[in-house]
Design a protein around this ligand. Structure first.
Ligand SMILES: Nc1nc(C(F)(F)F)ncc1COP(=O)(O)OP(=O)(O)O
Ligand SMILES: [Mg+2]
Length: 224
Protein backbone atom coordinates (compact mmCIF):
# COMPACT_ATOMS: atom_id res chain seq x y z
CA UNK A 1 0.00 0.00 0.00
CA UNK A 2 1.42 3.39 -0.94
CA UNK A 3 1.94 5.15 2.39
CA UNK A 4 2.78 8.83 2.95
CA UNK A 5 3.82 11.03 5.87
CA UNK A 6 0.88 12.40 7.85
CA UNK A 7 -0.12 15.89 6.59
CA UNK A 8 0.66 18.68 9.09
CA UNK A 9 -2.95 19.90 9.37
CA UNK A 10 -4.09 16.40 10.34
CA UNK A 11 -1.32 16.10 12.93
CA UNK A 12 -2.19 19.52 14.40
CA UNK A 13 -5.68 18.20 15.13
CA UNK A 14 -4.26 15.05 16.74
CA UNK A 15 -1.93 17.04 19.01
CA UNK A 16 -4.75 18.99 20.71
CA UNK A 17 -5.02 16.80 23.84
CA UNK A 18 -2.12 14.33 23.82
CA UNK A 19 -2.28 11.95 26.78
CA UNK A 20 0.94 10.16 27.80
CA UNK A 21 0.91 7.28 30.28
CA UNK A 22 2.63 4.12 31.51
CA UNK A 23 1.44 1.72 34.23
CA UNK A 24 3.84 3.51 36.63
CA UNK A 25 1.79 6.74 36.34
CA UNK A 26 -1.38 5.44 38.02
CA UNK A 27 -2.49 3.19 40.86
CA UNK A 28 -5.51 2.17 38.78
CA UNK A 29 -5.65 -0.30 35.90
CA UNK A 30 -4.02 1.67 33.02
CA UNK A 31 -6.58 0.20 30.63
CA UNK A 32 -9.40 1.72 32.69
CA UNK A 33 -7.61 5.10 32.81
CA UNK A 34 -7.02 5.12 29.05
CA UNK A 35 -10.61 4.10 28.28
CA UNK A 36 -11.85 6.94 30.52
CA UNK A 37 -9.45 9.43 28.90
CA UNK A 38 -10.67 8.39 25.46
CA UNK A 39 -14.29 8.86 26.60
CA UNK A 40 -13.23 12.30 27.86
CA UNK A 41 -11.95 13.27 24.42
CA UNK A 42 -8.17 12.82 24.22
CA UNK A 43 -6.99 13.11 20.62
CA UNK A 44 -3.68 11.17 20.76
CA UNK A 45 -2.03 8.65 23.12
CA UNK A 46 1.62 7.88 23.91
CA UNK A 47 2.63 4.68 25.70
CA UNK A 48 5.53 5.69 27.97
CA UNK A 49 6.40 2.67 30.14
CA UNK A 50 9.54 3.95 31.84
CA UNK A 51 11.22 4.56 35.20
CA UNK A 52 10.47 3.26 38.70
CA UNK A 53 8.00 0.36 38.63
CA UNK A 54 7.66 0.22 34.84
CA UNK A 55 7.03 -3.12 33.14
CA UNK A 56 9.64 -4.64 30.85
CA UNK A 57 9.90 -7.35 28.18
CA UNK A 58 6.82 -9.49 27.55
CA UNK A 59 4.69 -7.77 30.20
CA UNK A 60 5.44 -4.39 28.63
CA UNK A 61 4.58 -5.66 25.14
CA UNK A 62 1.36 -7.26 26.38
CA UNK A 63 0.24 -3.99 28.01
CA UNK A 64 1.22 -2.05 24.88
CA UNK A 65 -0.89 -4.34 22.68
CA UNK A 66 -3.86 -4.08 25.03
CA UNK A 67 -3.70 -0.25 25.24
CA UNK A 68 -3.17 -0.03 21.48
CA UNK A 69 -6.35 -2.06 20.93
CA UNK A 70 -8.32 0.42 23.06
CA UNK A 71 -6.98 3.26 20.90
CA UNK A 72 -7.71 1.36 17.69
CA UNK A 73 -11.32 0.78 18.87
CA UNK A 74 -11.76 4.57 18.95
CA UNK A 75 -9.57 5.65 16.02
CA UNK A 76 -6.94 7.25 18.29
CA UNK A 77 -3.36 6.86 16.98
CA UNK A 78 -1.02 4.96 19.33
CA UNK A 79 2.51 6.37 19.79
CA UNK A 80 5.34 4.49 21.57
CA UNK A 81 7.92 6.44 23.59
CA UNK A 82 11.65 5.57 23.13
CA UNK A 83 11.22 1.87 22.27
CA UNK A 84 11.46 1.71 18.45
CA UNK A 85 11.74 -2.10 18.43
CA UNK A 86 8.45 -2.40 20.32
CA UNK A 87 6.73 0.14 18.04
CA UNK A 88 7.76 -1.85 14.96
CA UNK A 89 6.91 -5.23 16.55
CA UNK A 90 3.33 -4.20 17.32
CA UNK A 91 2.91 -1.95 14.24
CA UNK A 92 2.20 1.17 16.31
CA UNK A 93 1.18 4.39 14.55
CA UNK A 94 4.33 6.23 15.56
CA UNK A 95 7.16 6.87 17.99
CA UNK A 96 8.48 9.71 20.13
CA UNK A 97 12.21 10.18 20.77
CA UNK A 98 14.22 12.70 22.76
CA UNK A 99 17.70 14.12 22.40
CA UNK A 100 19.23 11.21 24.34
CA UNK A 101 17.39 8.47 22.41
CA UNK A 102 18.09 6.79 19.07
CA UNK A 103 19.26 9.20 16.33
CA UNK A 104 16.27 10.84 14.65
CA UNK A 105 17.38 10.27 11.04
CA UNK A 106 18.06 6.60 11.85
CA UNK A 107 14.63 6.26 13.47
CA UNK A 108 12.95 7.82 10.41
CA UNK A 109 14.77 5.25 8.27
CA UNK A 110 13.50 2.39 10.46
CA UNK A 111 9.85 3.46 10.80
CA UNK A 112 9.09 4.56 7.24
CA UNK A 113 6.03 6.86 7.18
CA UNK A 114 4.90 6.29 10.74
CA UNK A 115 4.42 9.40 12.91
CA UNK A 116 7.76 10.63 14.34
CA UNK A 117 7.78 13.03 17.29
CA UNK A 118 10.95 14.61 18.67
CA UNK A 119 11.64 16.51 21.92
CA UNK A 120 13.44 19.82 21.46
CA UNK A 121 14.74 22.30 24.05
CA UNK A 122 16.58 24.82 21.86
CA UNK A 123 16.14 26.41 18.43
CA UNK A 124 19.11 24.38 17.18
CA UNK A 125 17.48 21.12 18.31
CA UNK A 126 14.25 22.25 16.61
CA UNK A 127 15.99 22.86 13.30
CA UNK A 128 17.95 19.58 13.50
CA UNK A 129 14.79 17.58 14.28
CA UNK A 130 12.97 19.07 11.28
CA UNK A 131 16.00 18.37 9.09
CA UNK A 132 16.07 14.74 10.27
CA UNK A 133 12.41 14.07 9.50
CA UNK A 134 10.32 14.92 12.58
CA UNK A 135 6.55 15.25 12.01
CA UNK A 136 5.94 17.12 15.27
CA UNK A 137 7.94 18.57 18.17
CA UNK A 138 7.45 18.18 21.91
CA UNK A 139 8.68 21.39 23.52
CA UNK A 140 9.19 21.76 27.26
CA UNK A 141 9.18 21.37 30.13
CA UNK A 142 6.94 24.44 30.12
CA UNK A 143 6.37 24.16 33.89
CA UNK A 144 8.04 22.05 36.60
CA UNK A 145 7.11 18.37 36.19
CA UNK A 146 6.80 15.59 38.75
CA UNK A 147 6.98 12.68 36.32
CA UNK A 148 10.39 13.09 34.71
CA UNK A 149 13.28 13.14 37.22
CA UNK A 150 15.81 14.00 34.49
CA UNK A 151 13.73 16.82 33.00
CA UNK A 152 15.54 20.02 32.01
CA UNK A 153 14.84 23.41 33.63
CA UNK A 154 11.28 24.70 32.97
CA UNK A 155 11.36 27.21 30.11
CA UNK A 156 7.84 28.64 30.04
CA UNK A 157 6.70 29.68 26.58
CA UNK A 158 10.04 31.13 25.51
CA UNK A 159 11.06 28.53 22.93
CA UNK A 160 7.59 27.97 21.47
CA UNK A 161 7.28 31.74 20.89
CA UNK A 162 10.79 31.90 19.43
CA UNK A 163 10.02 29.07 16.97
CA UNK A 164 6.79 30.75 15.84
CA UNK A 165 8.65 34.09 15.53
CA UNK A 166 11.04 32.33 13.11
CA UNK A 167 7.94 31.40 11.07
CA UNK A 168 8.67 27.70 11.69
CA UNK A 169 5.18 26.19 11.55
CA UNK A 170 5.84 22.52 12.30
CA UNK A 171 3.15 21.05 14.60
CA UNK A 172 4.16 21.65 18.23
CA UNK A 173 2.83 20.24 21.49
CA UNK A 174 3.80 21.73 24.84
CA UNK A 175 4.76 19.38 27.66
CA UNK A 176 5.70 19.59 31.33
CA UNK A 177 3.48 20.27 34.33
CA UNK A 178 0.43 21.19 32.25
CA UNK A 179 -2.93 21.36 34.05
CA UNK A 180 -6.41 22.78 33.39
CA UNK A 181 -5.22 26.00 35.10
CA UNK A 182 -2.24 26.67 32.80
CA UNK A 183 -3.31 24.92 29.59
CA UNK A 184 -4.51 28.05 27.77
CA UNK A 185 -1.13 29.77 28.41
CA UNK A 186 0.56 26.97 26.41
CA UNK A 187 -1.81 27.33 23.47
CA UNK A 188 -1.55 31.13 23.50
CA UNK A 189 2.24 30.74 23.08
CA UNK A 190 1.59 29.16 19.66
CA UNK A 191 1.45 25.43 20.45
CA UNK A 192 -1.05 23.27 18.55
CA UNK A 193 -1.85 21.25 21.66
CA UNK A 194 -0.93 20.15 25.16
CA UNK A 195 0.57 16.85 26.28
CA UNK A 196 0.50 15.60 29.81
CA UNK A 197 0.55 12.64 32.17
CA UNK A 198 -0.54 13.35 35.76
CA UNK A 199 -3.38 15.80 35.10
CA UNK A 200 -5.27 12.84 33.62
CA UNK A 201 -3.58 9.68 34.99
CA UNK A 202 -3.74 10.92 38.60
CA UNK A 203 -7.18 12.51 38.35
CA UNK A 204 -10.09 11.20 40.42
CA UNK A 205 -11.97 11.03 37.11
CA UNK A 206 -9.68 10.79 34.07
CA UNK A 207 -12.78 11.28 31.92
CA UNK A 208 -13.85 14.54 33.62
CA UNK A 209 -10.28 15.82 33.68
CA UNK A 210 -9.86 15.15 29.94
CA UNK A 211 -13.15 16.93 29.20
CA UNK A 212 -12.14 19.94 31.32
CA UNK A 213 -8.71 20.19 29.65
CA UNK A 214 -10.37 20.16 26.22
CA UNK A 215 -12.80 22.88 27.30
CA UNK A 216 -9.89 25.04 28.49
CA UNK A 217 -8.01 24.91 25.17
CA UNK A 218 -10.86 25.12 22.65
CA UNK A 219 -11.15 28.94 22.74
CA UNK A 220 -7.39 29.68 22.70
CA UNK A 221 -6.96 27.18 19.83
CA UNK A 222 -9.60 28.99 17.80
CA UNK A 223 -7.68 32.24 18.34
CA UNK A 224 -4.30 30.91 17.09
N1 LIG B 1 8.06 11.68 25.95
C1 LIG B 1 7.87 12.92 25.43
N2 LIG B 1 6.75 13.16 24.68
C2 LIG B 1 6.57 14.40 24.17
C3 LIG B 1 5.34 14.68 23.32
F1 LIG B 1 5.66 15.54 22.34
F2 LIG B 1 4.91 13.54 22.78
F3 LIG B 1 4.39 15.20 24.08
N3 LIG B 1 7.44 15.42 24.35
C4 LIG B 1 8.55 15.21 25.10
C5 LIG B 1 8.79 13.96 25.66
C6 LIG B 1 10.06 13.71 26.46
O1 LIG B 1 10.85 12.86 25.69
P1 LIG B 1 12.34 12.56 26.19
O2 LIG B 1 13.07 13.84 26.33
O3 LIG B 1 12.93 11.52 25.32
O4 LIG B 1 12.14 11.96 27.63
P2 LIG B 1 11.32 10.63 28.02
O5 LIG B 1 11.75 9.56 27.04
O6 LIG B 1 11.75 10.38 29.44
O7 LIG B 1 9.86 10.96 27.88
MG1 LIG C 1 12.83 9.55 25.34
Amino acid sequence: MLEMRIPSHQLRDLLKLYFIMGSQNTDKDPRFVLEEAIQGGITLFQFREKGEGAKTGGEKEELARSLMQLCRNHGIPFIVNDDIDLAIAIDADGVHVGQDDEDVAAVRERIGDKILGVSAHTLKEVEEAIEDGADYLGIGPIFPTGTKPDAKKPQGDTLIRAVRKEKIDIPIVGIGGITAENASFVIQSGADGISLISAISQAASPKESSKQLLERIMVPLAQN
